[in-house]
Design a protein around this ligand. Structure first.
Ligand SMILES: Cc1cc2nc3c(=O)[nH]c(=O)nc-3n(C[C@H](O)[C@H](O)[C@H](O)COP(=O)(O)O)c2cc1C
Length: 221
């Protein structure tokens, strides 16, 4: 049976309770890692880093961020099979751009012509430069790429039969300190517990989806 991509988009939901003892297999976790890696980003800049907590101890370190007004998220962080902290590069310098360029070269992207490599570097530098020097929102622009990764990730997880809870309701300063992210040039944005929705306690699985109607959000010209 073919499952259409739009069915996956309609059927995924934010899990509000997990089967606590059901673990994602190592084989599926390989696919989860691939989803994280293969996201598109503007100019292929890939300004992300992920902390994957798989042990009880690791998840407890992430759960420390679900405090004060965010305590409602703590249970899902603890119950899920794995929890992923999504972090964004705070600024991209020349060394970083050259690292991405070297990877593209190693992956065979410039085999067609000697012009491709300098053109790619110039293009990426131009877009980054617009945000660093003209718009002044480079940190925000880099973070937007990480949110794009999240969108593809949520859809891809459902295609793999895995449920997820995207969470901005965490104290990112606690995560940054706990995982030493700022020292490495990154800042955390959100976390995503993943696992298997509890058929009894996940009230959101049974609720109908709610979205603004098409005429509200799409203008045809
Ligand atoms: C960036 C982002 C942050 C979110 N933060 C939380 C959160 O902290 N806790 C939570 O339970 N759900 C959170 N959600 C889930 C949204 O409420 C949910 O995606 C939305 O209501 C649509 O429902 P659906 O995901 O079930 O289709 C978040 C979703 C996104 C995309």
């Amino acid at each position: 049976m073919t499952i259409h991509i739009t069915d996956i988009a309609r059927k995924r939901h934010t899990a509000k309770a997990y089967v606590p003892d059901r673990r994602i297999s190592d084989e599926d976790m390989k696919k989860v890692r691939e989803l994280l890696r293969f996201s598109p980003s503007s100019t292929n800049i890939q300004p992300w880093h992920f902390v994957i907590a798989s042990s009880e101890e690791g998840k407890e370190r992430v759960a420390k961020s679900a405090v004060d007004r965010f305590t409602f998220n703590a249970g899902n962080i603890r119950q899920a099979s794995h929890v992923i902290v999504f972090a964004s590069l705070i600024d991209a310098d020349e060394d970083y751009l050259l690292k991405v360029l070297a990877q593209e070269e190693a992956d065979g992207r410039f085999a067609g012509s000697p012009d491709f490599k300098p053109a790619m570097h110039a293009g990426r530098s131009m877009f980054l430069g617009i945000h660093q020097n003209e718009v002044g929102d480079a940190e925000e622009w880099l973070a937007r790429q990480v949110y794009l990764n999240l969108g593809q990730f949520l859809l891809g997880l459902r295609a793999l039969g895995i449920d997820a809870t995207p969470m901005e309701g965490v104290d990112t300063a606690i995560l940054d300190r706990g995982f030493g992210l700022r020292e490495k040039g990154y800042k955390s944005l959100f976390v995503v517990p993943i696992g298997y929705s509890d058929p009894v306690n996940d009230y959101n699985a049974a609720l109908p989806k709610s979205r603004l109607v098409e005429a509200e959000i799409i203008t045809e010209v």
